[in-house]
Design a protein around this ligand. Structure first.
Ligand code: MLT
Length: 275
């Protein structure tokens, strides 16, 4: 596992890279960094894994434009950089499988809209192609006010417990502790930027009208992305791989890591054999 970085319009963008084979990029969500995928990494040893910290998260610096579309452009630059010298002829962007967690899924959809030709498959992990409704936008605006008044960490301290279901919190309290330690220095400005970007995002169900195989991981107890919405959208692609994690809320990759990994591997195997 190698920690690498690129400079994107002057900002440092950090990512992990490991292995050879079909490139797979795992994109984290809001108030997290690439380490949320830590329980999946070893099992994906037969793939070329790319795990970025999004601009403003983990070891990556913010960029001037923090819209979801601009973050998709960062991923495009990163993929080109990482893959160009390894597998592909100059100018050939190659084809990756991109899996995005929640906000990472919104970025994955923005990527699929603009860079469809670079994808071999993609996945929404506790994520949705539907835009925010008015109530959700209002909740985010209140969140922005709170962050501006009290700072990013105070906000995350109140938000992060809701990402895990009761059973997880009781059985694995260390997950919550680790999450809070990981975000203790999170930039309030980055969190505000993410919320503004999420408020502004359009409906992207059109990006699901694709012949590429799409992966949907749904948390039955998720209170951030409604399981009903997540299921509703999964019928749009021509070919969908759908799994519902029965004992997870919004953090299935940590709440049910083995189950998550097993289904990711099955989906990847399907993508590689089908396309
Ligand atoms: C995330 O986990 O990325 C966010 O909670 C997504 C959201 O708020 O819609």
């Amino acid at each position: 596992m190698e920690q690498k970085e690129i400079r994107y319009k002057g900002s440092r963008i950090s990512y992990l890279s490991r292995g050879e084979g079909q490139p797979v990029i795992l994109v984290h969500g809001f108030g997290e960094d690439g380490t949320v995928w830590r329980s999946q990494l070893d099992a994906l040893k037969d793939y070329h894994l790319i795990v970025p910290d999004l601009p403003g998260s983990g070891k990556s610096e913010m960029i001037g434009d923090m819209s979801l579309e601009a973050m998709a452009d960062v991923l495009e630059a990163l993929i080109r950089h990482e893959l160009a010298t390894i597998y592909f002829k100059e100018g050939d962007p190659g084809s990756v499988v991109m899996i995005g967690h929640s906000m990472g899924g919104y970025i994955t959809l923005a990527f699929a809209e603009k860079y469809h030709h670079m994808l071999r498959g993609f996945g929404l992990f506790h994520s949705t192609a539907y835009a925010d409704n008015e109530e959700k936008k209002q909740t985010r605006r209140k969140g922005i006010d709170f962050i501006r008044q009290h700072g990013g960490f105070e906000f995350l301290k109140s938000m992060v417990p809701n990402l895990y279901c009761d059973t997880t919190r009781a059985a694995m309290p260390q997950l919550l502790q680790e999450h809070l330690v990981a975000v203790s220095n999170f930039s309030g400005e980055a969190l505000v930027n993410y919320y503004e970007a999420m408020i502004a995002r359009p409906d992207r169900t059109a990006a699901l009208k694709t012949w590429l195989p799409v992966f949907f991981m749904i948390g039955k107890k998720d209170t951030v992305v409604s399981p009903d919405d997540a299921i509703r959208q999964s019928h749009i692609p021509q070919s969908s791989y759908i799994h519902i994690l029965e004992r997870s809320a919004h953090m299935g990759m940590l709440e049910e890591p083995e189950e998550t990994t097993r289904h990711l591997l099955k989906y990847l195997e399907y993508v590689v054999n089908a396309t």
